[in-house]
Design a protein around this ligand. Sequence first.
Ligand code: GLP
Length: 240
Amino acid sequence: MEYRVFSSADKLAVCCADIFTGILKSKKNCVLGLATGASPVKTYQELIRRYEAGRISFADVTTFNLDEYCDLPRNDKNSYYTFMHKNLFNHVDIKEENAHLMDGNAADAEKEAAAFDAMIEQAGGIDIQLLGVGRNGHIGFNEPADAFSDGSFKVKLNESTIEANSIYFDENPMPRYALTMGIGTIMKAKKIVLIATGEKKAQAIREAVKGKVTPRCPVSVLQDHPDALLLLDEAAASLL
Ligand code: GLP
């Protein structure tokens, strides 16, 4: 696992967008794994700028998102469906039918998650997976646990995640469950790029880089991936 440290979140986003641009240009019908949260927003903005400048296109691209809340209407302002449309999909030429998020309201969550993993396989696997990281080291919504998860699944969110994400929920209450790609699903991606900024991520990044691989700190699993890169600002890298 490699990491790079940037003096600003803007420079970090340009680097991340460069990596995505390289993949978009080398493989027209590439498969992208996408993330939500604050971390990837600047990268999406940079990709939108490059699309508007005619440098890249998403016309033949397929995307799969890491996770989605359960028990939240798809069009709620806090659903990840809404997030992705607002922050990326509405501004580029991706085809709606090629942009996949799990349905957090599916009657059979297990079936929904298994079908999602099957769809990823059918698309040829994820060429590049973008990740953020939770303060407790979660990736997607894989919370600290006794064992690494395999395929995608329905997860009960833990208190620190609920506390961190509650700031966005002023109308509907913050959901207690989510569907997430499993660690096994994430690790199958050919390339992984993780963005972490701010001192609140420093401890998780320290454990990811210097700690042992343990499901107690899910992001540490990236040590076992053959092509994982962490893009950090100075604050997130401050304990390395
Ligand atoms: C959320 C998401 C993750 C995200 C993480 C960090 O709970 N499920 O996919 O990476 O927390 O979020 P942020 O980038 O806002 O710090």
